[in-house]
Design a protein around this ligand. Structure first.
Ligand code: ATP
Ligand code: MG
Length: 282
């Protein structure tokens, strides 16, 4: 652990920004479902070694934006580049290009062990084709050994050493979330997308998740994280983007976003001009 507390602006990220080399670059990303525009014209640059927070009220389009980035949705318009390369809206190719994610509602292979779940993430980096796999040839066996060792290391990295043989469905909730992160890391990403990584966690689990995310950031990866926990967002993130009704409202340092009255308004709304207070009841 190289960083035990939040850094207002990670030095590595600041350097990367000064050099102008975003790892993720989106331009005009828009997603319409019939008459509903869920995401509208989102331009976003994320740099290696930074944690970028994505906030916004329920239904603001945050998960839809993730789905557009990862190829789960084909955006109605706009483009997504990873390391300068235009990404096709195909989840497998996006993962192979170096973008991995976790889900708002945990998606694990429940009847597989923790170790097997992480090994699945590694498949996109192994070269054994179907024939080699069926025949269990030497190349397959070597890659399987390496993949197993790598998965063990990743489980230890996320704090799940000792849980290798546990079925995913039997792990405590906080561990399942960490297992999802380990599986995402197994794909060898340059950019990690986390959709509400601390949702449903108790305060202790939340602290542990924060430490893990800081460690991932400090290892040089870029992290784009959706969270509703404002303490998490404003103490961990290097920069924050607030979406409202699919549109970017404000982007900047946590201090800037936190102090923007439009952000507060977006979350709690403005009082109706003629609303009655409790004392006004007649
Ligand atoms: N596949 C879909 N078809 C139609 N509408 C959709 C689809 N996916 C999302 N939406 C709509 O798009 C809008 C944005 O939803 P989204 O899940 O992206 O919000 P969110 O910001 O992630 O919200 P939350 O904080 O509650 O997770 C919502 O109005 C939602 O109902
Ligand atoms: Mg969501």
């Amino acid at each position: 652990m190289t960083s035990s507390s939040a850094s207002p602006d990670a030095p590595a990220a600041r350097r990367a920004r000064e050099q102008g080399t975003p790892i993720l670059s989106t331009r005009g990303v828009t997603m319409r479902f019939g008459g509903l525009t869920a995401v509208s014209g989102v331009d976003l640059d994320v740099y290696p070694g930074e944690i970028m927070g994505l906030i916004g009220p329920n239904g603001a389009g945050k998960t839809t934006f993730f789905n557009c980035l990862t190829g789960m949705y084909r955006p109605t318009s706009g483009e997504v580049r990873l390391d300068g390369v235009l990404l096709p809206p195909k989840p497998r190719q996006v993962v192979k290009a170096g973008m991995a994610r976790t889900f708002q509602n945990i998606r694990l292979f429940n009847n597989m062990t923790a170790l097997e779940n992480v090994m699945v993430g590694r498949i996109c980096r192994t070269s054994a084709g179907p024939i080699t796999s069926i025949l269990h040839g030497p190349k397959f066996r070597r890659e399987e050994r390496e993949s197993r060792a790598h998965a063990r290391e990743l489980l230890a990295y996320v704090g799940l050493a000792g849980s290798e043989e546990h079925l995913a469905r039997n792990l405590p909730y906080g561990h399942q979330r960490r297992l999802e992160i380990a599986r995402a890391l197994a794909t060898g990403p340059k950019l990690l997308l986390l959709d509400e990584p601390t949702a449903g966690m108790n305060p202790q689990e939340t602290r542990a998740a924060e430490q893990l995310i800081l460690r991932i950031r400090d290892s040089g990866l870029a992290v784009l994280v959706i969270e509703h926990d404002m303490r998490f967002i404003f103490t961990l993130c290097d920069r924050v983007l607030c979406l409202v009704r699919g549109e970017p409202l404000v982007e900047g340092t946590p201090a800037l976003v936190q102090g923007d009255p439009r952000v507060i308004e977006a979350y709690i709304g403005t009082p109706e001009p003629h609303a009655q207070g409790p004392g006004d009841e007649r």
